[in-house]
Design a protein around this ligand. Structure first.
Ligand SMILES: Nc1ncnc2c1ncn2[C@@H]1O[C@H](COP(=O)(O)OP(=O)(O)OP(=O)(O)O)[C@@H](O)[C@H]1O
Ligand SMILES: Nc1ncnc2c1ncn2[C@@H]1O[C@H](COP(=O)(O)OP(=O)(O)OP(=O)(O)O)[C@@H](O)[C@H]1O
Lengths: 212, 212
Protein backbone atom coordinates (compact mmCIF):
# COMPACT_ATOMS: atom_id res chain seq x y z
CA UNK A 1 0.00 0.00 0.00
CA UNK A 2 1.54 3.29 -1.09
CA UNK A 3 2.48 6.08 1.29
CA UNK A 4 2.06 9.64 0.03
CA UNK A 5 3.88 12.76 1.20
CA UNK A 6 2.41 16.21 0.50
CA UNK A 7 4.69 19.21 0.94
CA UNK A 8 2.93 22.56 0.69
CA UNK A 9 -0.71 22.82 1.75
CA UNK A 10 -2.00 25.63 -0.46
CA UNK A 11 -5.19 25.12 -2.46
CA UNK A 12 -3.67 22.39 -4.62
CA UNK A 13 -1.65 20.57 -1.98
CA UNK A 14 -4.33 20.56 0.71
CA UNK A 15 -6.89 19.23 -1.78
CA UNK A 16 -4.56 16.44 -2.91
CA UNK A 17 -3.80 15.48 0.71
CA UNK A 18 -7.50 15.41 1.67
CA UNK A 19 -8.60 13.41 -1.38
CA UNK A 20 -5.91 10.78 -0.92
CA UNK A 21 -6.68 10.51 2.79
CA UNK A 22 -10.44 10.24 2.14
CA UNK A 23 -9.75 7.38 -0.24
CA UNK A 24 -8.03 5.55 2.60
CA UNK A 25 -4.43 6.15 1.58
CA UNK A 26 -1.69 6.86 4.11
CA UNK A 27 -0.76 10.54 3.86
CA UNK A 28 2.02 12.52 5.56
CA UNK A 29 1.61 16.26 5.11
CA UNK A 30 3.72 19.27 5.94
CA UNK A 31 3.79 23.02 5.55
CA UNK A 32 5.77 25.91 7.04
CA UNK A 33 2.48 27.57 8.02
CA UNK A 34 1.03 26.32 11.32
CA UNK A 35 -2.62 27.12 10.50
CA UNK A 36 -2.54 25.12 7.30
CA UNK A 37 -1.01 22.13 9.05
CA UNK A 38 -3.62 22.32 11.82
CA UNK A 39 -6.47 22.56 9.31
CA UNK A 40 -5.49 19.21 7.89
CA UNK A 41 -3.97 17.28 10.80
CA UNK A 42 -7.20 15.41 11.67
CA UNK A 43 -7.60 14.16 8.12
CA UNK A 44 -4.13 12.73 7.44
CA UNK A 45 -1.94 10.11 9.13
CA UNK A 46 0.80 12.56 10.14
CA UNK A 47 1.19 16.31 9.81
CA UNK A 48 4.30 18.41 10.45
CA UNK A 49 5.02 22.11 10.68
CA UNK A 50 8.39 22.44 9.02
CA UNK A 51 10.44 24.33 6.47
CA UNK A 52 10.97 21.70 3.81
CA UNK A 53 14.10 23.45 2.53
CA UNK A 54 15.70 22.46 5.84
CA UNK A 55 17.19 19.11 4.80
CA UNK A 56 17.64 17.94 8.40
CA UNK A 57 14.02 18.69 9.37
CA UNK A 58 12.83 17.07 6.15
CA UNK A 59 14.76 13.89 6.89
CA UNK A 60 13.81 13.73 10.57
CA UNK A 61 10.09 14.09 9.87
CA UNK A 62 10.17 10.92 7.82
CA UNK A 63 8.28 12.68 5.06
CA UNK A 64 10.96 11.43 2.69
CA UNK A 65 10.12 7.80 3.50
CA UNK A 66 7.19 7.91 1.13
CA UNK A 67 6.55 6.16 -2.16
CA UNK A 68 5.20 9.29 -3.81
CA UNK A 69 5.94 12.90 -2.83
CA UNK A 70 3.80 15.77 -4.06
CA UNK A 71 5.51 19.15 -3.83
CA UNK A 72 3.00 21.91 -4.15
CA UNK A 73 4.77 25.25 -3.67
CA UNK A 74 4.10 27.80 -6.39
CA UNK A 75 5.13 31.25 -5.23
CA UNK A 76 8.57 30.37 -3.95
CA UNK A 77 10.12 28.76 -7.01
CA UNK A 78 13.53 28.51 -5.34
CA UNK A 79 12.09 26.57 -2.38
CA UNK A 80 10.16 24.27 -4.71
CA UNK A 81 13.33 23.41 -6.65
CA UNK A 82 15.46 22.94 -3.54
CA UNK A 83 12.88 20.64 -1.97
CA UNK A 84 12.61 18.48 -5.10
CA UNK A 85 16.41 18.13 -5.22
CA UNK A 86 16.52 17.14 -1.55
CA UNK A 87 13.79 14.54 -2.05
CA UNK A 88 15.78 13.08 -4.96
CA UNK A 89 18.87 12.89 -2.73
CA UNK A 90 16.76 11.15 -0.09
CA UNK A 91 15.82 8.58 -2.75
CA UNK A 92 12.10 9.27 -3.07
CA UNK A 93 11.09 7.20 -6.11
CA UNK A 94 8.22 9.28 -7.44
CA UNK A 95 8.09 13.07 -7.18
CA UNK A 96 5.19 15.07 -8.53
CA UNK A 97 5.67 18.82 -8.48
CA UNK A 98 3.38 21.71 -9.18
CA UNK A 99 5.00 24.40 -11.30
CA UNK A 100 4.10 28.09 -11.42
CA UNK A 101 5.55 28.80 -14.88
CA UNK A 102 6.83 26.71 -17.78
CA UNK A 103 10.44 27.63 -16.95
CA UNK A 104 9.87 26.47 -13.37
CA UNK A 105 8.41 23.24 -14.77
CA UNK A 106 11.27 22.65 -17.23
CA UNK A 107 13.82 23.02 -14.43
CA UNK A 108 11.94 20.51 -12.27
CA UNK A 109 11.76 18.03 -15.16
CA UNK A 110 15.46 18.37 -15.94
CA UNK A 111 16.32 17.84 -12.27
CA UNK A 112 14.37 14.60 -12.21
CA UNK A 113 10.80 15.25 -11.06
CA UNK A 114 8.68 12.32 -12.25
CA UNK A 115 5.83 14.56 -13.31
CA UNK A 116 5.18 18.29 -13.38
CA UNK A 117 1.68 19.73 -13.07
CA UNK A 118 0.39 23.14 -14.19
CA UNK A 119 -3.11 23.41 -12.65
CA UNK A 120 -3.87 27.03 -13.52
CA UNK A 121 -2.44 26.79 -17.04
CA UNK A 122 -4.22 23.51 -17.87
CA UNK A 123 -7.56 24.82 -16.62
CA UNK A 124 -6.96 28.05 -18.55
CA UNK A 125 -6.49 25.98 -21.73
CA UNK A 126 -9.76 24.13 -21.16
CA UNK A 127 -11.64 27.33 -20.38
CA UNK A 128 -10.25 29.14 -23.43
CA UNK A 129 -11.20 26.20 -25.66
CA UNK A 130 -14.66 25.97 -24.14
CA UNK A 131 -15.17 29.68 -24.83
CA UNK A 132 -13.89 29.51 -28.41
CA UNK A 133 -15.09 26.13 -29.68
CA UNK A 134 -18.82 26.17 -30.23
CA UNK A 135 -20.42 23.13 -28.63
CA UNK A 136 -17.32 22.32 -26.58
CA UNK A 137 -17.98 19.84 -23.80
CA UNK A 138 -14.61 18.38 -22.71
CA UNK A 139 -10.99 18.05 -23.65
CA UNK A 140 -8.21 15.77 -22.48
CA UNK A 141 -4.67 16.19 -23.75
CA UNK A 142 -3.45 12.96 -25.33
CA UNK A 143 -0.12 13.57 -27.00
CA UNK A 144 2.08 16.54 -27.89
CA UNK A 145 -0.41 18.91 -29.60
CA UNK A 146 -3.16 16.30 -29.80
CA UNK A 147 -6.21 16.25 -27.60
CA UNK A 148 -9.40 14.25 -27.40
CA UNK A 149 -12.34 16.63 -27.72
CA UNK A 150 -15.94 15.92 -26.86
CA UNK A 151 -18.12 18.41 -28.76
CA UNK A 152 -21.70 18.84 -29.94
CA UNK A 153 -22.04 18.15 -33.65
CA UNK A 154 -21.38 21.38 -35.62
CA UNK A 155 -24.60 22.42 -37.39
CA UNK A 156 -23.09 22.21 -40.87
CA UNK A 157 -22.12 18.55 -40.32
CA UNK A 158 -25.75 17.53 -39.94
CA UNK A 159 -27.06 15.17 -42.66
CA UNK A 160 -23.60 14.92 -44.20
CA UNK A 161 -21.40 11.85 -43.97
CA UNK A 162 -17.78 11.66 -42.80
CA UNK A 163 -16.95 10.98 -46.45
CA UNK A 164 -18.81 14.09 -47.67
CA UNK A 165 -17.03 16.25 -45.13
CA UNK A 166 -13.63 14.68 -45.85
CA UNK A 167 -12.68 15.37 -42.23
CA UNK A 168 -9.38 13.59 -42.15
CA UNK A 169 -7.94 15.27 -45.24
CA UNK A 170 -9.62 18.61 -44.87
CA UNK A 171 -9.38 19.20 -41.13
CA UNK A 172 -6.91 16.49 -40.11
CA UNK A 173 -9.22 15.27 -37.37
CA UNK A 174 -10.55 11.80 -36.65
CA UNK A 175 -14.03 11.08 -35.32
CA UNK A 176 -13.44 8.27 -32.82
CA UNK A 177 -17.05 7.84 -31.76
CA UNK A 178 -20.54 9.33 -32.02
CA UNK A 179 -22.97 9.41 -29.12
CA UNK A 180 -26.51 9.42 -30.47
CA UNK A 181 -29.24 9.25 -27.85
CA UNK A 182 -28.38 6.19 -25.77
CA UNK A 183 -26.19 4.64 -28.44
CA UNK A 184 -22.47 4.91 -28.98
CA UNK A 185 -21.16 4.32 -32.52
CA UNK A 186 -17.47 3.46 -32.26
CA UNK A 187 -15.22 4.02 -35.30
CA UNK A 188 -18.13 5.26 -37.45
CA UNK A 189 -17.90 4.11 -41.09
CA UNK A 190 -17.25 6.69 -43.82
CA UNK A 191 -20.89 6.69 -44.97
CA UNK A 192 -22.26 7.42 -41.50
CA UNK A 193 -24.33 10.62 -41.63
CA UNK A 194 -24.27 13.00 -38.69
CA UNK A 195 -27.59 13.81 -37.04
CA UNK A 196 -28.86 16.63 -34.88
CA UNK A 197 -27.94 16.25 -31.19
CA UNK A 198 -25.02 13.95 -31.96
CA UNK A 199 -22.09 14.31 -29.58
CA UNK A 200 -18.73 13.65 -31.21
CA UNK A 201 -15.51 12.30 -29.78
CA UNK A 202 -12.69 13.70 -31.86
CA UNK A 203 -8.92 13.29 -31.92
CA UNK A 204 -7.04 16.24 -33.35
CA UNK A 205 -5.07 19.40 -32.74
CA UNK A 206 -6.76 22.28 -30.92
CA UNK A 207 -6.11 24.77 -33.76
CA UNK A 208 -7.91 22.44 -36.17
CA UNK A 209 -10.89 21.97 -33.90
CA UNK A 210 -11.13 25.75 -33.50
CA UNK A 211 -11.66 25.98 -37.26
CA UNK A 212 -14.66 23.65 -37.28
CA UNK B 1 -17.40 38.07 -32.83
CA UNK B 2 -17.25 37.88 -29.04
CA UNK B 3 -15.27 40.31 -26.92
CA UNK B 4 -13.64 38.91 -23.77
CA UNK B 5 -12.67 40.81 -20.62
CA UNK B 6 -10.10 39.32 -18.22
CA UNK B 7 -9.86 40.85 -14.75
CA UNK B 8 -6.93 39.60 -12.70
CA UNK B 9 -3.76 38.51 -14.46
CA UNK B 10 -2.37 35.88 -12.09
CA UNK B 11 -1.35 32.48 -13.48
CA UNK B 12 -4.90 31.56 -14.46
CA UNK B 13 -6.06 34.94 -15.78
CA UNK B 14 -2.94 35.72 -17.77
CA UNK B 15 -3.04 32.28 -19.42
CA UNK B 16 -6.70 32.67 -20.36
CA UNK B 17 -6.06 36.15 -21.80
CA UNK B 18 -3.07 34.96 -23.84
CA UNK B 19 -4.80 31.85 -25.22
CA UNK B 20 -7.90 33.77 -26.28
CA UNK B 21 -5.75 36.47 -27.90
CA UNK B 22 -3.56 33.89 -29.69
CA UNK B 23 -6.70 32.34 -31.16
CA UNK B 24 -7.59 35.73 -32.66
CA UNK B 25 -10.27 36.79 -30.18
CA UNK B 26 -10.61 40.39 -28.99
CA UNK B 27 -9.38 40.57 -25.39
CA UNK B 28 -9.47 43.46 -22.91
CA UNK B 29 -7.36 42.77 -19.82
CA UNK B 30 -6.81 44.53 -16.53
CA UNK B 31 -5.01 44.13 -13.23
CA UNK B 32 -4.13 46.37 -10.30
CA UNK B 33 -0.47 45.38 -10.71
CA UNK B 34 1.41 47.40 -13.33
CA UNK B 35 4.01 44.72 -14.14
CA UNK B 36 1.38 42.13 -14.91
CA UNK B 37 -0.50 44.51 -17.20
CA UNK B 38 2.73 45.41 -19.01
CA UNK B 39 3.68 41.73 -19.45
CA UNK B 40 0.49 41.16 -21.42
CA UNK B 41 -0.23 44.49 -23.13
CA UNK B 42 1.41 43.52 -26.44
CA UNK B 43 -0.65 40.36 -26.71
CA UNK B 44 -4.16 41.70 -26.09
CA UNK B 45 -6.33 44.38 -27.76
CA UNK B 46 -6.44 46.66 -24.68
CA UNK B 47 -4.83 46.47 -21.27
CA UNK B 48 -5.58 48.63 -18.22
CA UNK B 49 -3.96 49.13 -14.84
CA UNK B 50 -6.92 49.58 -12.52
CA UNK B 51 -8.52 48.49 -9.28
CA UNK B 52 -11.56 46.60 -10.51
CA UNK B 53 -13.40 47.17 -7.23
CA UNK B 54 -13.51 50.87 -8.21
CA UNK B 55 -16.84 50.87 -10.04
CA UNK B 56 -16.10 54.17 -11.80
CA UNK B 57 -12.72 53.00 -13.12
CA UNK B 58 -14.27 49.70 -14.17
CA UNK B 59 -17.00 51.45 -16.15
CA UNK B 60 -14.69 54.04 -17.73
CA UNK B 61 -12.22 51.41 -18.97
CA UNK B 62 -14.97 49.81 -21.03
CA UNK B 63 -13.98 46.42 -19.68
CA UNK B 64 -17.66 45.94 -18.83
CA UNK B 65 -18.65 46.24 -22.50
CA UNK B 66 -17.64 42.66 -23.12
CA UNK B 67 -19.69 39.59 -23.99
CA UNK B 68 -17.81 37.40 -21.55
CA UNK B 69 -15.91 38.53 -18.43
CA UNK B 70 -13.44 36.26 -16.68
CA UNK B 71 -12.71 37.30 -13.10
CA UNK B 72 -9.60 35.59 -11.86
CA UNK B 73 -8.80 36.87 -8.37
CA UNK B 74 -8.22 34.16 -5.79
CA UNK B 75 -6.52 35.59 -2.73
CA UNK B 76 -8.81 38.57 -2.22
CA UNK B 77 -12.20 36.89 -1.99
CA UNK B 78 -13.92 40.15 -1.07
CA UNK B 79 -12.59 41.89 -4.18
CA UNK B 80 -13.58 38.95 -6.38
CA UNK B 81 -17.17 39.06 -5.07
CA UNK B 82 -17.45 42.85 -5.33
CA UNK B 83 -16.17 42.81 -8.92
CA UNK B 84 -18.62 40.09 -9.99
CA UNK B 85 -21.53 42.06 -8.48
CA UNK B 86 -20.42 45.24 -10.26
CA UNK B 87 -20.15 43.41 -13.58
CA UNK B 88 -23.69 42.06 -13.08
CA UNK B 89 -24.92 45.63 -12.41
CA UNK B 90 -23.13 46.75 -15.59
CA UNK B 91 -25.12 44.07 -17.45
CA UNK B 92 -22.30 41.77 -18.53
CA UNK B 93 -24.11 38.72 -19.92
CA UNK B 94 -21.63 35.99 -19.14
CA UNK B 95 -19.36 36.04 -16.08
CA UNK B 96 -16.88 33.29 -15.38
CA UNK B 97 -15.17 33.49 -12.02
CA UNK B 98 -12.31 31.60 -10.46
CA UNK B 99 -12.99 30.61 -6.85
CA UNK B 100 -10.41 29.93 -4.15
CA UNK B 101 -12.66 27.80 -1.93
CA UNK B 102 -16.05 26.11 -2.29
CA UNK B 103 -17.68 28.73 -0.05
CA UNK B 104 -16.24 31.47 -2.28
CA UNK B 105 -17.62 29.59 -5.28
CA UNK B 106 -21.09 29.08 -3.76
CA UNK B 107 -21.35 32.80 -3.03
CA UNK B 108 -20.40 33.67 -6.61
CA UNK B 109 -22.97 31.21 -7.99
CA UNK B 110 -25.72 32.53 -5.75
CA UNK B 111 -24.92 36.09 -6.80
CA UNK B 112 -25.27 35.19 -10.46
CA UNK B 113 -21.88 34.22 -11.88
CA UNK B 114 -22.55 32.14 -15.02
CA UNK B 115 -19.83 29.66 -14.19
CA UNK B 116 -17.39 29.12 -11.33
CA UNK B 117 -14.02 27.45 -11.85
CA UNK B 118 -11.80 25.70 -9.29
CA UNK B 119 -8.50 25.10 -11.11
CA UNK B 120 -6.42 23.85 -8.18
CA UNK B 121 -9.19 21.68 -6.74
CA UNK B 122 -10.10 20.11 -10.11
CA UNK B 123 -6.49 19.31 -10.94
CA UNK B 124 -6.06 17.91 -7.41
CA UNK B 125 -9.01 15.57 -8.06
CA UNK B 126 -7.49 14.37 -11.32
CA UNK B 127 -4.07 13.88 -9.74
CA UNK B 128 -5.52 12.00 -6.77
CA UNK B 129 -7.41 9.63 -9.12
CA UNK B 130 -4.34 9.02 -11.21
CA UNK B 131 -2.29 8.26 -8.09
CA UNK B 132 -4.87 5.88 -6.65
CA UNK B 133 -5.73 3.90 -9.78
CA UNK B 134 -2.57 2.32 -11.09
CA UNK B 135 -1.71 3.53 -14.57
CA UNK B 136 -4.68 5.91 -14.73
CA UNK B 137 -3.98 9.19 -16.43
CA UNK B 138 -7.26 10.81 -17.49
CA UNK B 139 -10.96 10.24 -17.81
CA UNK B 140 -13.83 11.99 -19.54
CA UNK B 141 -17.40 10.76 -19.17
CA UNK B 142 -18.90 10.17 -22.61
CA UNK B 143 -22.28 8.50 -22.31
CA UNK B 144 -24.41 6.87 -19.62
CA UNK B 145 -21.87 4.58 -17.85
CA UNK B 146 -19.26 4.98 -20.57
CA UNK B 147 -16.09 6.99 -20.25
CA UNK B 148 -13.01 7.59 -22.27
CA UNK B 149 -9.95 6.59 -20.28
CA UNK B 150 -6.34 7.40 -20.93
CA UNK B 151 -4.21 4.79 -19.14
CA UNK B 152 -0.68 3.39 -19.16
CA UNK B 153 -0.57 -0.01 -20.84
CA UNK B 154 -1.21 -2.74 -18.23
CA UNK B 155 1.95 -4.85 -17.86
CA UNK B 156 0.21 -8.08 -18.89
CA UNK B 157 -0.86 -6.55 -22.23
CA UNK B 158 2.74 -6.08 -23.32
CA UNK B 159 3.78 -8.13 -26.38
CA UNK B 160 0.23 -9.38 -26.84
CA UNK B 161 -2.07 -8.23 -29.61
CA UNK B 162 -5.62 -6.90 -29.29
CA UNK B 163 -6.72 -10.19 -30.83
CA UNK B 164 -4.78 -12.28 -28.28
CA UNK B 165 -6.31 -10.33 -25.42
CA UNK B 166 -9.81 -10.45 -26.90
CA UNK B 167 -10.49 -7.12 -25.25
CA UNK B 168 -13.87 -6.41 -26.72
CA UNK B 169 -15.41 -9.78 -25.82
CA UNK B 170 -13.54 -10.35 -22.60
CA UNK B 171 -13.50 -6.89 -21.05
CA UNK B 172 -16.07 -5.08 -23.24
CA UNK B 173 -13.64 -2.25 -23.87
CA UNK B 174 -12.47 -0.71 -27.11
CA UNK B 175 -8.96 0.63 -27.67
CA UNK B 176 -9.53 3.82 -29.67
CA UNK B 177 -5.88 4.80 -30.00
CA UNK B 178 -2.36 4.01 -28.83
CA UNK B 179 0.25 6.67 -28.10
CA UNK B 180 3.70 5.21 -28.64
CA UNK B 181 6.54 7.66 -28.21
CA UNK B 182 5.69 10.54 -30.54
CA UNK B 183 3.29 8.49 -32.66
CA UNK B 184 -0.44 8.07 -32.34
CA UNK B 185 -1.98 4.86 -33.80
CA UNK B 186 -5.67 5.48 -34.35
CA UNK B 187 -8.07 2.50 -34.51
CA UNK B 188 -5.24 -0.03 -34.04
CA UNK B 189 -5.75 -3.22 -36.08
CA UNK B 190 -6.45 -6.52 -34.28
CA UNK B 191 -2.87 -7.78 -34.82
CA UNK B 192 -1.28 -4.72 -33.25
CA UNK B 193 0.92 -5.78 -30.32
CA UNK B 194 1.15 -3.59 -27.26
CA UNK B 195 4.58 -2.35 -26.21
CA UNK B 196 6.09 -1.09 -22.99
CA UNK B 197 5.36 2.59 -22.31
CA UNK B 198 2.31 2.63 -24.62
CA UNK B 199 -0.46 4.95 -23.47
CA UNK B 200 -3.93 3.70 -24.37
CA UNK B 201 -7.11 5.59 -25.11
CA UNK B 202 -9.98 3.32 -24.15
CA UNK B 203 -13.76 3.50 -24.34
CA UNK B 204 -15.57 1.41 -21.79
CA UNK B 205 -17.33 1.28 -18.45
CA UNK B 206 -15.34 2.38 -15.40
CA UNK B 207 -15.84 -0.93 -13.55
CA UNK B 208 -14.37 -2.81 -16.51
CA UNK B 209 -11.35 -0.56 -16.80
CA UNK B 210 -10.63 -0.87 -13.09
CA UNK B 211 -10.45 -4.66 -13.56
CA UNK B 212 -7.59 -4.31 -16.06
N1 LIG C 1 9.87 26.02 2.52
C1 LIG C 1 8.61 25.61 2.72
N2 LIG C 1 8.36 24.51 3.46
C2 LIG C 1 7.11 24.07 3.67
N3 LIG C 1 6.01 24.66 3.17
C3 LIG C 1 6.20 25.76 2.40
C4 LIG C 1 7.49 26.30 2.14
N4 LIG C 1 7.33 27.40 1.36
C5 LIG C 1 6.02 27.54 1.14
N5 LIG C 1 5.33 26.57 1.77
C6 LIG C 1 3.88 26.40 1.81
O1 LIG C 1 3.42 25.92 0.56
C7 LIG C 1 2.04 26.29 0.41
C8 LIG C 1 1.77 26.71 -1.02
O2 LIG C 1 2.58 27.74 -1.33
P1 LIG C 1 2.21 28.91 -2.34
O3 LIG C 1 1.04 29.65 -1.86
O4 LIG C 1 3.47 29.56 -2.63
O5 LIG C 1 1.85 28.07 -3.64
P2 LIG C 1 0.69 28.19 -4.66
O6 LIG C 1 1.13 27.35 -5.78
O7 LIG C 1 0.38 29.61 -4.96
O8 LIG C 1 -0.52 27.50 -3.90
P3 LIG C 1 -1.98 27.07 -4.38
O9 LIG C 1 -1.96 25.58 -4.39
O10 LIG C 1 -2.86 27.65 -3.32
O11 LIG C 1 -2.24 27.68 -5.73
C9 LIG C 1 1.77 27.38 1.42
O12 LIG C 1 0.83 26.88 2.36
C10 LIG C 1 3.11 27.67 2.06
O13 LIG C 1 3.01 27.94 3.44
N1 LIG D 1 -9.04 44.80 -7.03
C1 LIG D 1 -8.31 44.30 -8.02
N2 LIG D 1 -8.39 44.83 -9.27
C2 LIG D 1 -7.66 44.34 -10.27
N3 LIG D 1 -6.80 43.29 -10.16
C3 LIG D 1 -6.68 42.73 -8.94
C4 LIG D 1 -7.43 43.19 -7.82
N4 LIG D 1 -7.08 42.40 -6.75
C5 LIG D 1 -6.18 41.52 -7.18
N5 LIG D 1 -5.93 41.70 -8.50
C6 LIG D 1 -5.01 40.94 -9.34
O1 LIG D 1 -5.53 39.66 -9.61
C7 LIG D 1 -4.43 38.77 -9.89
C8 LIG D 1 -4.68 37.41 -9.28
O2 LIG D 1 -4.82 37.57 -7.93
P1 LIG D 1 -4.41 36.48 -6.87
O3 LIG D 1 -2.97 36.22 -6.93
O4 LIG D 1 -5.08 36.90 -5.65
O5 LIG D 1 -5.20 35.25 -7.37
P2 LIG D 1 -4.82 33.75 -7.55
O6 LIG D 1 -6.10 33.07 -7.74
O7 LIG D 1 -3.96 33.28 -6.42
O8 LIG D 1 -4.00 33.76 -8.90
P3 LIG D 1 -3.43 32.55 -9.81
O9 LIG D 1 -4.25 32.60 -11.03
O10 LIG D 1 -2.00 32.94 -10.03
O11 LIG D 1 -3.55 31.28 -9.03
C9 LIG D 1 -3.16 39.45 -9.38
O12 LIG D 1 -2.34 39.76 -10.48
C10 LIG D 1 -3.66 40.71 -8.69
O13 LIG D 1 -2.80 41.81 -8.88
Amino acid sequence: KKVFGVIGLGRFGSNVAKLLAEAGAEVIACDINEERVKAISDLVSKAFILDATDEKALRESGIANVDVAIVSIGENIEASILIVVQLLELDVKEIIAKAATSIHGKILEKLGATRVIYPERDMAIRLAHSLLIGGFIEEIPFAEDYSIFEIKVPSYFINKSLKDLDLRKKYKITVLAIKRGDNVIINPPAEEKFMENDVLLILGKAERILKL
